[in-house]
Write a protein that binds this ligand. Structure first.
Ligand code: IPE
Ligand code: IPE
Ligand code: MG
Length: 240
Protein backbone atom coordinates (compact mmCIF):
# COMPACT_ATOMS: atom_id res chain seq x y z
CA UNK A 1 0.00 0.00 0.00
CA UNK A 2 2.08 2.92 -1.18
CA UNK A 3 -0.54 5.48 -2.15
CA UNK A 4 -1.76 8.48 -0.22
CA UNK A 5 -2.87 8.68 3.38
CA UNK A 6 -5.93 10.88 3.74
CA UNK A 7 -7.56 11.80 7.05
CA UNK A 8 -11.07 13.23 7.26
CA UNK A 9 -12.77 15.11 10.08
CA UNK A 10 -16.34 14.25 9.14
CA UNK A 11 -18.21 17.26 10.47
CA UNK A 12 -21.60 18.85 9.88
CA UNK A 13 -24.04 15.99 10.40
CA UNK A 14 -26.05 17.95 12.97
CA UNK A 15 -26.26 21.03 10.75
CA UNK A 16 -27.32 18.92 7.79
CA UNK A 17 -30.17 17.43 9.81
CA UNK A 18 -31.18 20.77 11.32
CA UNK A 19 -31.40 22.41 7.91
CA UNK A 20 -33.92 19.73 6.97
CA UNK A 21 -35.92 19.99 10.19
CA UNK A 22 -34.77 16.52 11.24
CA UNK A 23 -33.25 15.32 14.53
CA UNK A 24 -29.45 15.32 14.72
CA UNK A 25 -29.11 11.55 14.53
CA UNK A 26 -30.61 11.57 11.03
CA UNK A 27 -27.55 13.53 10.02
CA UNK A 28 -25.30 10.83 11.44
CA UNK A 29 -27.36 8.22 9.60
CA UNK A 30 -27.01 10.13 6.33
CA UNK A 31 -23.28 10.44 7.00
CA UNK A 32 -22.92 6.67 6.73
CA UNK A 33 -23.79 6.92 3.00
CA UNK A 34 -20.89 9.34 2.60
CA UNK A 35 -18.55 6.94 4.40
CA UNK A 36 -19.58 4.13 2.06
CA UNK A 37 -19.08 6.28 -1.03
CA UNK A 38 -15.66 7.53 0.07
CA UNK A 39 -14.45 4.07 1.09
CA UNK A 40 -15.54 2.70 -2.29
CA UNK A 41 -13.87 5.43 -4.29
CA UNK A 42 -10.64 5.87 -2.31
CA UNK A 43 -8.57 3.04 -3.85
CA UNK A 44 -9.35 4.26 -7.40
CA UNK A 45 -8.01 7.67 -6.41
CA UNK A 46 -4.69 6.27 -5.17
CA UNK A 47 -5.70 6.61 -1.53
CA UNK A 48 -4.45 3.50 0.26
CA UNK A 49 -4.83 4.68 3.87
CA UNK A 50 -7.96 6.48 5.00
CA UNK A 51 -8.39 7.66 8.59
CA UNK A 52 -11.93 8.76 9.45
CA UNK A 53 -12.68 10.71 12.63
CA UNK A 54 -15.90 9.05 13.76
CA UNK A 55 -16.09 9.84 17.48
CA UNK A 56 -13.78 12.06 19.50
CA UNK A 57 -13.02 11.54 23.17
CA UNK A 58 -14.66 14.93 23.69
CA UNK A 59 -17.84 13.72 22.00
CA UNK A 60 -18.71 11.93 25.27
CA UNK A 61 -19.88 15.39 26.36
CA UNK A 62 -22.89 15.03 24.06
CA UNK A 63 -26.29 13.86 25.37
CA UNK A 64 -26.34 10.11 26.08
CA UNK A 65 -29.10 9.55 23.51
CA UNK A 66 -26.92 10.97 20.72
CA UNK A 67 -23.89 9.01 21.92
CA UNK A 68 -26.01 5.86 22.04
CA UNK A 69 -27.20 6.41 18.46
CA UNK A 70 -23.66 6.94 17.26
CA UNK A 71 -22.46 3.63 18.70
CA UNK A 72 -25.56 1.89 17.38
CA UNK A 73 -24.70 3.26 13.95
CA UNK A 74 -21.12 2.06 14.31
CA UNK A 75 -22.35 -1.44 15.09
CA UNK A 76 -24.75 -1.40 12.14
CA UNK A 77 -22.01 -0.13 9.84
CA UNK A 78 -19.68 -2.94 10.90
CA UNK A 79 -22.41 -5.53 10.33
CA UNK A 80 -23.87 -4.25 7.10
CA UNK A 81 -20.69 -3.28 5.30
CA UNK A 82 -18.67 -6.33 6.31
CA UNK A 83 -19.30 -8.39 3.14
CA UNK A 84 -18.53 -5.52 0.79
CA UNK A 85 -15.44 -4.43 2.71
CA UNK A 86 -14.12 -7.98 2.61
CA UNK A 87 -14.87 -8.33 -1.09
CA UNK A 88 -13.12 -5.05 -1.86
CA UNK A 89 -9.99 -5.98 0.09
CA UNK A 90 -10.41 -3.27 2.73
CA UNK A 91 -8.58 -3.76 6.00
CA UNK A 92 -10.37 -2.07 8.90
CA UNK A 93 -8.71 -1.09 12.15
CA UNK A 94 -9.90 1.13 14.98
CA UNK A 95 -7.68 3.72 16.62
CA UNK A 96 -8.37 5.32 19.97
CA UNK A 97 -9.42 4.04 23.38
CA UNK A 98 -11.35 0.78 23.54
CA UNK A 99 -12.17 0.58 27.22
CA UNK A 100 -15.16 2.93 27.04
CA UNK A 101 -16.78 1.72 23.80
CA UNK A 102 -20.11 -0.03 24.52
CA UNK A 103 -19.56 -3.78 24.53
CA UNK A 104 -21.81 -4.76 21.60
CA UNK A 105 -20.30 -2.10 19.34
CA UNK A 106 -16.77 -3.11 20.35
CA UNK A 107 -17.52 -6.77 19.71
CA UNK A 108 -18.72 -6.16 16.14
CA UNK A 109 -15.87 -3.74 15.51
CA UNK A 110 -13.26 -6.25 16.62
CA UNK A 111 -14.92 -9.00 14.57
CA UNK A 112 -14.68 -6.74 11.54
CA UNK A 113 -11.03 -5.99 12.27
CA UNK A 114 -10.31 -9.69 12.51
CA UNK A 115 -12.27 -10.63 9.37
CA UNK A 116 -10.65 -7.93 7.22
CA UNK A 117 -7.09 -8.18 8.56
CA UNK A 118 -5.67 -9.49 5.27
CA UNK A 119 -7.11 -6.67 3.13
CA UNK A 120 -4.52 -5.02 0.90
CA UNK A 121 -6.47 -2.54 -1.23
CA UNK A 122 -7.25 0.07 1.41
CA UNK A 123 -6.43 0.46 5.07
CA UNK A 124 -9.49 2.06 6.64
CA UNK A 125 -8.76 3.40 10.12
CA UNK A 126 -11.77 4.40 12.19
CA UNK A 127 -10.89 6.90 14.92
CA UNK A 128 -13.30 6.10 17.75
CA UNK A 129 -13.07 7.51 21.27
CA UNK A 130 -10.02 9.10 19.76
CA UNK A 131 -7.92 11.91 21.18
CA UNK A 132 -4.63 12.72 19.53
CA UNK A 133 -3.31 14.21 22.77
CA UNK A 134 -4.17 10.96 24.52
CA UNK A 135 -2.28 8.96 21.85
CA UNK A 136 0.75 11.22 22.27
CA UNK A 137 0.54 10.87 26.06
CA UNK A 138 0.43 7.06 25.63
CA UNK A 139 3.59 7.16 23.52
CA UNK A 140 5.27 9.40 26.12
CA UNK A 141 4.27 6.94 28.85
CA UNK A 142 5.81 4.08 26.85
CA UNK A 143 9.09 6.00 26.68
CA UNK A 144 8.85 6.88 30.38
CA UNK A 145 8.56 3.18 31.20
CA UNK A 146 11.73 2.49 29.20
CA UNK A 147 13.48 5.26 31.15
CA UNK A 148 12.24 3.78 34.43
CA UNK A 149 13.56 0.35 33.40
CA UNK A 150 16.90 1.94 32.65
CA UNK A 151 16.87 0.94 28.96
CA UNK A 152 16.52 4.52 27.71
CA UNK A 153 18.05 7.83 28.77
CA UNK A 154 15.87 10.96 28.68
CA UNK A 155 18.49 12.63 26.46
CA UNK A 156 17.84 9.95 23.82
CA UNK A 157 14.21 11.04 23.40
CA UNK A 158 13.79 12.80 20.08
CA UNK A 159 10.86 13.06 17.68
CA UNK A 160 12.35 10.20 15.62
CA UNK A 161 11.99 7.91 18.62
CA UNK A 162 8.45 9.01 19.33
CA UNK A 163 7.38 8.87 15.68
CA UNK A 164 7.05 5.08 15.29
CA UNK A 165 5.19 4.85 18.60
CA UNK A 166 2.53 7.12 17.15
CA UNK A 167 2.52 6.02 13.53
CA UNK A 168 2.70 2.28 14.32
CA UNK A 169 3.73 1.42 10.78
CA UNK A 170 1.08 3.60 9.14
CA UNK A 171 2.38 6.00 6.47
CA UNK A 172 2.58 9.71 7.21
CA UNK A 173 -0.56 11.74 6.71
CA UNK A 174 -0.62 13.48 3.32
CA UNK A 175 -3.94 15.27 3.28
CA UNK A 176 -6.28 16.26 6.10
CA UNK A 177 -9.80 17.21 5.07
CA UNK A 178 -12.38 18.86 7.33
CA UNK A 179 -15.94 19.31 6.16
CA UNK A 180 -18.62 21.78 7.25
CA UNK A 181 -16.53 24.91 7.28
CA UNK A 182 -14.76 24.66 10.65
CA UNK A 183 -11.04 25.29 10.46
CA UNK A 184 -9.62 23.46 13.45
CA UNK A 185 -8.23 20.03 14.25
CA UNK A 186 -10.38 19.20 17.29
CA UNK A 187 -7.69 16.87 18.69
CA UNK A 188 -7.30 14.84 15.48
CA UNK A 189 -3.87 13.56 14.36
CA UNK A 190 -1.94 16.50 15.80
CA UNK A 191 1.43 14.78 15.55
CA UNK A 192 0.76 13.12 12.20
CA UNK A 193 -0.41 16.41 10.68
CA UNK A 194 3.04 17.98 11.07
CA UNK A 195 3.45 18.23 7.29
CA UNK A 196 0.00 17.23 6.07
CA UNK A 197 -1.78 19.49 3.64
CA UNK A 198 -4.94 20.94 5.18
CA UNK A 199 -8.10 21.20 3.13
CA UNK A 200 -11.29 22.77 4.41
CA UNK A 201 -14.62 22.64 2.63
CA UNK A 202 -18.03 24.07 3.47
CA UNK A 203 -19.70 20.89 2.25
CA UNK A 204 -21.45 19.12 5.12
CA UNK A 205 -20.36 15.53 5.67
CA UNK A 206 -23.69 13.92 4.60
CA UNK A 207 -23.26 15.65 1.24
CA UNK A 208 -19.60 14.76 0.78
CA UNK A 209 -19.15 12.27 -2.06
CA UNK A 210 -16.41 10.90 -4.30
CA UNK A 211 -16.51 14.05 -6.46
CA UNK A 212 -15.65 16.13 -3.36
CA UNK A 213 -12.73 13.82 -2.58
CA UNK A 214 -11.58 14.22 -6.18
CA UNK A 215 -11.68 18.02 -5.74
CA UNK A 216 -9.66 17.80 -2.53
CA UNK A 217 -7.11 15.53 -4.16
CA UNK A 218 -6.70 17.74 -7.19
CA UNK A 219 -6.11 20.72 -4.90
CA UNK A 220 -3.60 18.55 -3.03
CA UNK A 221 -1.87 17.84 -6.33
CA UNK A 222 -1.33 21.55 -6.84
CA UNK A 223 0.24 22.11 -3.42
CA UNK A 224 4.00 22.37 -3.21
CA UNK A 225 5.42 20.31 -0.36
CA UNK A 226 8.98 20.94 0.71
CA UNK A 227 9.00 19.52 4.27
CA UNK A 228 11.15 22.38 5.48
CA UNK A 229 13.66 22.01 2.65
CA UNK A 230 13.80 23.71 -0.71
CA UNK A 231 11.58 22.70 -3.55
CA UNK A 232 14.28 22.41 -6.17
CA UNK A 233 17.87 23.33 -6.48
CA UNK A 234 18.14 26.93 -7.69
CA UNK A 235 20.22 27.35 -10.84
CA UNK A 236 23.69 28.26 -9.66
CA UNK A 237 24.65 31.88 -10.15
CA UNK A 238 27.46 32.24 -12.64
CA UNK A 239 30.30 34.24 -11.22
CA UNK A 240 32.33 35.68 -14.04
C1 IPE B 1 -19.86 15.26 13.10
O1 IPE B 1 -21.02 15.97 12.97
C2 IPE B 1 -20.11 13.87 13.63
C3 IPE B 1 -19.57 13.66 14.98
C4 IPE B 1 -18.92 14.54 15.68
C5 IPE B 1 -19.82 12.36 15.55
P1 IPE B 1 -21.56 16.89 14.15
O2 IPE B 1 -22.52 16.09 14.97
O3 IPE B 1 -20.45 17.50 14.91
O4 IPE B 1 -22.35 17.97 13.34
P2 IPE B 1 -22.47 19.52 13.66
O5 IPE B 1 -21.06 20.05 13.79
O6 IPE B 1 -23.23 19.65 14.92
O7 IPE B 1 -23.19 20.10 12.47
C1 IPE C 1 -14.85 16.60 15.58
O1 IPE C 1 -16.04 17.26 15.37
C2 IPE C 1 -15.08 15.16 15.89
C3 IPE C 1 -15.58 14.34 14.80
C4 IPE C 1 -15.81 14.73 13.58
C5 IPE C 1 -15.79 12.95 15.13
P1 IPE C 1 -16.77 18.08 16.53
O2 IPE C 1 -17.98 18.66 15.92
O3 IPE C 1 -16.96 17.22 17.73
O4 IPE C 1 -15.69 19.18 16.90
P2 IPE C 1 -15.87 20.66 17.44
O5 IPE C 1 -16.67 20.56 18.69
O6 IPE C 1 -16.58 21.43 16.38
O7 IPE C 1 -14.48 21.15 17.65
MG1 MG D 1 -19.42 19.23 14.70
Amino acid sequence: MSGLHVGIIMDGNGRWAKSRGKPRWRGHLAGVDSVRDIVRSAPNLDVTTLTLYAFSSDNWKRPPTEVGRLFWLLREYCRRERAELLQNGVKVTAIGRRDRIPRSALGTLEELEDATRHGTTLHLRLAIDYSSRWMIAQAAAELARAVARGTLAPEEIYPDLMDPLIHRGVPHLDLLIRTAGEQRLSDFMLWEAAYAELYYTNTLWPEFRARNLVAALSEFGRRKRSFGGLLKIEPSVKVS
